[in-house]
Each structure stands twice: as structure tokens, then as C-alpha cells.
Design a binder for this molecule. Structure first.
Ligand code: HMG
Ligand code: MG
Length: 322
């Protein structure tokens, strides 16, 4: 007798009103590793991303072209992108490797390496804009405008991130109208997709529903949106399910639940990709991800970092193997 299905997969029982497939935007190598105390060697990062691609992830955010003093953990962005672009070891035809870029300096560094997809990252609150970008909200938007225009002209896809969409450690709850205003501004700059960030993990499903309804009323359709939940209070999966019910089909997650944000101390890891894939498998929603290979990758990375993965699914599946 066993108390788990022998395959390590849940029984697939579809629920009404959900997308047939979800694209996972994997952020472990960027959002995860940017918050590690130790700087992970570039060879380990390269192997991590290769293993994520082999597990079937197709959008893998690789690194950030930010100031190295602001995020020393990602100061090896050039070396990493060069290693990943090695023509002798291609990652696969469908794999996209977006990188974060705050300004024109960052964009030029990324373009010099042939990057095909970037993300700018704004804030719904003034406090986080100042802490993360040394700018007001509107100054940040002004900094992004030439970046988005130049990227578009180069045929580079642009994602916009919006942080602090639900709560902010300095300002408390964030009014929906404020989030809608900056969301619209980022999309109006020309971002192809907007990822709504719960940077400190304080959202709950009713709040997610209210924000997505507010955005829909302001003319922002769900097919331009992604969600980015941190799991500080264990709400990330519930929030994701609510977003799926509102038509969202792009979900950010980090392998093994790595993550946080160096400029928002109360942020913990992102929604773990394994926990997300377990739920989506159970709902019969296609992701293309091999949960066994992904879990093995997170166990391997946890050994490099010297502590176990916080993902419940990684723990359950890796205990089964022992
Ligand atoms: P600043 O100090 O205002 O920069 O920082 P500046 O424009 O005044 O320039 C100062 C110096 O930095 C100059 O050098 C620039 O050339 C250099 P100097 O002339 O003094 O020798 N510089 C750069 N060097 C390399 N690459 C660059 C670059 N830009 C300027 N790109 C800046 C402004 C935006 C650069 C800084 O605030 C920064 O790098 N911030 C990044 C913070 C960050 O990466 N945070 C984490 C990502 S956001 C996140 O995690 C949230 C998310 O996950 C969603 C969610 O959870 O909500 C996305
Ligand atoms: Mg984040």
C-alpha cells in the first residue's frame, strides 16, 4: 500500500473555466539567485538553466543587466549569456532567455550579446521605485521609454514587470487605481506583456480578482498579463488559481521556490515551479514540463546552495525517491 499515486503525479481532473495550457515564465535563475547570500558560480548557473530547459521549460529568465553594485549576485551576466549561447550546446529551438534591463546602458549590454527578449521593471509605489531604481515612479517610466522603443526597433520582445501590486513594506496596501495607472503606462510604452508582481507575497485571492477586474475595466485584457506571486504567506497557488479563472495563461514561478528581492527585505521565494506544475497537472492543464526532471534539478540546486528547497512538491517527490 502507498499513500501516493505510484507515478508521482496527481490524477488529472479538469475544472471548468480554466485555460487549456499555461506558459510558465521560469524566474529561478534571476529572481531566485539574485537573492542568495552566496554568489553562485557561473558554471552552476549555466548548468541550472540547461537543466531547466531539458525539463521542458521554454521561457527561462536568465539574469539581469543591472548595475553590478546593486545586484552583485548577477554581476556575471555577460559570462552567463555567452556560455548559454554556445552554438556547440544549444538549449533548444523553442527556448527563450529573457533578461532584466533597467535602462539604456543595460539594453546596450544585452543587445551586444544578441539577447532577443528583455524585461523592464517598474513599481506601483514610490517607496519601492526609489529603493529599487533610485527614481520616482514617473522618472522610472521615463527611463524605460527609450529602452522599450530601442528594443522594439531591434525586434526584441519586451516584458514589463510591475512590482508592489498588492502591498508595499513601506506604504502598506496599494490602491487598485494606482496599480491600474502604472500598468496602463507600461503597456502604453509598448511592452508586449505585463507581469503583475506581488513582491512581498501579501495578496489573497479576492484581492487578485479585484485587481484583474479593475484592469479589465481599464481595457487591459488578460491575454497581455502574467502573474508573479511570491509565497511569503503561502497564498501563491490560491492566487494563481484565481488568476487562471480570470483568463491569465502566463504564470511566473521559480524552480524549487528560490527567490526574493534584495530591495524588499520582506520578500521570500517565488511560487515554486514544481508546486505550480503539480496543480496544473491535476487540473489537466498542459505545461510541457517534466516534473521528475524539474524536481531533480531543484534537489541538485539545493545541494549547491546548502539548504533544502522550500517547495512542498520537491520535498514530497524527493522523499519518495529515498
Ligand atoms: P543609479 O545609481 O541611479 O545609476 O542606479 P545612474 O544611472 O545614476 O548611473 C550610475 C553609474 O552606474 C554610472 O557609472 C552608470 O554607467 C552605471 P559611472 O558613470 O558612475 O561609472 N550604470 C550601469 N552599469 C551597468 N549596467 C547598468 C547600469 N546602469 C547604470 N544597467 C539603476 C540606477 C537602475 C542602474 C540601479 O538602480 C539598478 O541597477 N537597479 C537594479 C535593482 C534590481 O535589479 N532589483 C531587482 C530586480 S526587480 C525584482 O526583483 C522584482 C520582480 O521580481 C517583480 C516582483 O517580484 O515584484 C521583477
Ligand atoms: Mg519577484
Amino acid at each position: 500500500m502507498t499513500d501516493q499515486p505510484p507515478t508521482g503525479l496527481p490524477m488529472a481532473v479538469p475544472a471548468a473555466g480554466l485555460p487549456a495550457r499555461v506558459r510558465i515564465h521560469e524566474v529561478g535563475a534571476r529572481d531566485g539567485l539574485q537573492n542568495e547570500r552566496a554568489v553562485v558560480p557561473v558554471e552552476v548557473k549555466t548548468e541550472f538553466i540547461r537543466r531547466l530547459a531539458a525539463a521542458g521549460l521554454t521561457t527561462i529568465e536568465a539574469t539581469s543587466f543591472v548595475h553590478p553594485k546593486w545586484v552583485p549576485q548577477l554581476a556575471d551576466a555577460e559570462q552567463l549569456m555567452e556560455a548559454l549561447g554556445d552554438p556547440a550546446a544549444p538549449l533548444g529551438p523553442d527556448v527563450r532567455l529573457p533578461v532584466l534591463v533597467p535602462n539604456e546602458r543595460g539594453l546596450d549590454r544585452a543587445l551586444a550579446l544578441g539577447v532577443r527578449e528583455i524585461a523592464v521593471f517598474g513599481s506601483a509605489t514610490e517607496s519601492f521605485a526609489k529603493a529599487n531604481l533610485n527614481r520616482t515612479v514617473d522618472e522610472s517610466l521615463a527611463m524605460f521609454a527609450p529602452v522599450v522603443a530601442k528594443a522594439e526597433a531591434a525586434g526584441v520582445r519586451v516584458r514589463g514587470y510591475l512590482s508592489m501590486c498588492f502591498g508595499d513594506p513601506w506604504e502598506g496596501p496599494v490602491p487598485i487605481a494606482q496599480v491600474v495607472r502604472v500598468s496602463r503606462a507600461l503597456l502604453d510604452l509598448g511592452c508586449d506583456e505585463l507581469s503583475l508582481g506581488d513582491t512581498i507575497g501579501v495578496a489573497t485571492p479576492g484581492h487578485v480578482a479585484a485587481l484583474l477586474t479593475g484592469l479589465a475595466e481599464a481595457g487591459v485584457a488578460a491575454d497581455r498579463l502574467a502573474v508573479h506571486f511570491h509565497d511569503t504567506y503561502g497564498q501563491a497557488l490560491a492566487n494563481t488559481l484565481e488568476a487562471l479563472r480570470h483568463g491569465i495563461a502566463v504564470v511566473d514561478a521559480s524552480a524549487g521556490g528560490l527567490g526574493g528581492c534584495p530591495y524588499a527585505k520582506s520578500a521570500t521565494g517565488n511560487l515554486a515551479t514544481e508546486d505550480l506544475v503539480w496543480m496544473l497537472n491535476g487540473l489537466g492543464i498542459h505545461t510541457g514540463v517534466d516534473l521528475g526532471l524539474l524536481t531533480a534539478t531543484s534537489v541538485w540546486m539545493a545541494a549547491h546552495l546548502g539548504r533544502p528547497s522550500p517547495s512542498r512538491t520537491v520535498r514530497a517527490l524527493s522523499h519518495k525517491e529515498q
